[in-house]
Write a protein that binds this ligand. Structure first.
Ligand code: F6P
Length: 328
């Protein structure tokens, strides 16, 4: 018989993403629906170490489904990486009567959850929240869809000015290790070239492609670059390199930065967050632990946390081809 869960703790950890609030709301209300208490833990694992807790009832999450960021705040806790930090965190959970944990975050947060479970046999469930979409076991992480829409919206605006001045724009988007945002937003916004960490396009090919597009009659162009792209030059060095080799181009750089992590979540992210929160709490009630809830083939699924952390998300190679054809 699984241990009866009476009180669930919920926290957000790592880089925030739109939809985290909708997920908190879902966890809180699913707990209330099943007559379980819910405790919000502030600032991720750091708040767990400091006992920064707050009781959350269904009315405490009114009017947050549409809000970006996270009302519980987020942090990357160095102290939680130490055994002493985790012991303190465990003591606080026990003291507060919390008997299971929902962690909303990325792979770093899941690594912490798994370690915590292995040390204290504490039930944990993960909800994938990061704009990067780089978590194995889900086609979409929370915030990814919103970030794509934000990026496309901004590039549409950049296109207006690029076209007025016949300029080439390098637009840097987030994605330290993953090119999902660059590839999808790049196609959606009609980028000429897309540079991603998973693929080394090479500088020569980039120059060739830009020359070709000039020769084909294009007067302005957009190149989308993921921050961790393989060419290895930062976006400003890339601008200098292209201007030195193709003096006919007038190049500008736009680094979109953290604006990609903010804003009101899209309908897709709100619905996903609601579904994932329900599944996370109900799985804990069923006595499950060490899973991440995710979306696979439009169905909510469970993936062992270990696989979610270690598995590699692949870039859809068909998208690379589509992008190439679209830039003809
Ligand atoms: O992991 C999400 C992410 O937004 C990455 O795309 C980006 O590289 C990183 O977080 C930025 O982290 P920070 O907000 O700590 O600078």
């Amino acid at each position: 018989m699984p241990k009866t869960i009476k009180k669930v703790g919920v926290l957000t950890s790592g880089g925030d993403s739109p939809g985290m609030n909708a997920a908190i709301r879902s966890v809180v209300r699913t707990c209330a629906y099943h007559n379980i208490e819910c405790i919000g833990i502030y600032r991720g694992y750091q708040g767990m170490i400091e006992g920064d807790f707050k009781e959350m009832g269904p009315r405490s999450v009114n009017n947050i489904v549409n809000k970006g960021g996270t009302v519980l705040k987020s942090a990357r806790s160095l102290e939680f990486r130490t055994p002493e930090g985790r012991i303190k965190a465990h003591e606080n959970l026990v003291k507060a009567g919390i008997d299971a944990l929902v962690v909303i975050g990325g792979d770093g947060s899941f690594t912490g959850a798994l370690l915590f479970n292995s040390e204290f046999n504490f039930p944990v469930m993960g909800i994938p929240g990061t704009i990067d979409n780089d978590i194995f076991g889900t086609s979409h992480t929370l915030g990814y869809d919103t970030a794509l829409n934000t990026v496309v919206d901004v590039i549409d605006k950049i296109r207006d000015t690029a076209s007025s001045h016949n300029r080439l724009f390098f637009v840097e988007v987030m994605g330290r290790d993953a090119g999902h945002i660059a590839l999808n937003a790049g196609i959606g916004a009609g980028a000429e070239e897309i540079l991603i960490p998973e693929e080394d396009l090479g500088l020569d090919r980039l120059l060739e492609s830009l020359q070709k597009s000039k020769a084909s009659g294009k007067s302005s162009s957009i190149v989308v670059i993921a921050e961790g792209d393989k060419i290895g030059k930062n976006v400003f060095e890339l601008k200098d390199y292209v201007e030195a080799n193709l003096p006919e181009y007038d190049v500008r750089v736009s680094v979109l930065g953290h604006m990609q992590r903010g804003g009101s979540p899209s309908c897709f992210d709100r619905v996903l967050a609601s579904r994932l929160g329900v599944k996370a709490v109900e799985s804990l009630i069923e006595g499950k632990s060490n899973y991440m809830v995710g979306l696979q083939n439009d169905k909510i699924s469970l993936t062992p946390l270990e696989q979610a952390i270690k598995g590699k998300t692949e870039i859809d190679r068909e998208l690379l081809r589509v992008s190439e054809i679209m830039s003809t």
